[in-house]
Design a protein around this ligand. Structure first.
Ligand code: CP
Ligand code: NVA
Length: 305
């Protein structure tokens, strides 16, 4: 069987997407549902910090009966000049799958091109597909549907915004983005999302006015102002993104039962106020908890033999 990779949400079929939502629900109810990774070894190779993605994948692998090989770029010879192509070929002869967190999307695509095992994107500068699958699962569990819901993302036009655009469009949602003019989402990703939305009866609206995007929203979503790799631009980003905070005033523009979401880690008082983060609309910690059953479903789907 041809190996499959999860590098972004554009390539996920509707059938697989529906399957993942159902399966995650089953894993959430019964975490020992299936030991589909028995005798399999999965690598976790992280070039950036991680709390949720690394730990939820590690525990998911263990619950599915598999074995984790934890790696960092400091441990492996890539740091000393061995090519990704050679490393991917070698690791493919030991491992059955590899979750990678790295900087450039091109880099994870090179891994996928040379590996003969499934490669799963645990975050790049461009995308965070596993996070957004878990977010869509959270909304689906709360609302019983995704189609027709308005999701407003307020903040930096980054990896989270990009995966929300693709995932939301695929699910038939109305995705409204409010980002500063200098931090708008990538134009190619927006184009892809518009193509997907045209097929799913969803829609995409890209703007820079948080109040307009938040108007009547079913979901308000934000992310950190300073992503990993952007630390040198911190002062400028904090200044530019100041008007893009999810606070009580912005929340009042959304539907009264609007779900407030954040992928975490959060900086309270920057992109979100303490009051909104801990308030009745927030599903942020349930969203984080859902990473685990969703990773189980992702691993089962992509490592199926
Ligand atoms: N949301 C998320 O991916 O968190 P980590 O960076 O802690 O993995
Ligand atoms: N945009 C953030 C997401 C962290 C999960 C980052 O890339 O750092």
């Amino acid at each position: 069987m041809q190996k499959r990779d999860l590098l972004n949400l554009g390539s996920l079929t509707s059938k697989d997407f529906s399957w993942l939502l159902q399966r995650a629900e089953e894993y959430k109810k019964d975490f020992v549902l299936l030991r589909s990774l028995e005798n399999l070894s999965i690598g976790l190779l992280f070039e950036k910090s991680s709390t949720r993605t690394r730990v939820s994948f590690d525990v998911a692998i263990s619950r599915l009966g598999g074995h984790t090989v934890s790696l960092s770029f400091d441990d492996i010879q890539v740091k000393r000049g061995e090519t990704i192509a050679d490393t991917a070929r070698v690791l493919s002869s030991y491992l059955d799958g590899l979750v990678i967190r790295t900087y450039a999307q091109e880099s994870i695509e090179t891994w996928a091109q040379h590996a003969t095992i499934p490669i799963i994107n645990g975050l790049t500068d461009l995308y965070h597909p596993c996070q957004i699958l878990s977010d869509l699962f959270t909304i689906y569990q709360k609302r019983g549907t995704l189609k027709g819901l308005k999701l407003a993302y307020i903040g930096d036009g980054n990896n989270i915004a990009h995966s929300l655009l693709l995932g939301g469009a695929k699910a038939g949602m109305h995705v409204a983005i409010a980002s500063p003019k200098t931090r708008q989402p990538d134009k190619d990703v927006v184009k892809q999302a518009e193509t997907l939305a045209a097929k799913s009866e969803g829609s995409i609206a890209i703007g820079s006015d948080p109040a307009k995007s938040a108007e009547g929203a079913d979901v308000l979503y934000t992310d950190v102002w300073v992503s990993m790799g952007d630390e040198e631009k911190k002062a400028a980003l904090v200044k530019t993104l100041k008007p893009y905070q999810i606070n009580e005033d912005l929340l009042s523009k959304a539907k009264p039962d609007c779900l407030v979401m954040h992928c975490l880690p959060a900086h309270r008082g920057e992109e979100i106020t303490e009051g909104v983060m801990e308030g009745p609309n927030s599903v942020i910690f349930e969203q984080a908890a859902n990473r685990l059953p969703v990773q189980q479903a992702i691993l089962e789907l992509y490592l199926k033999r």
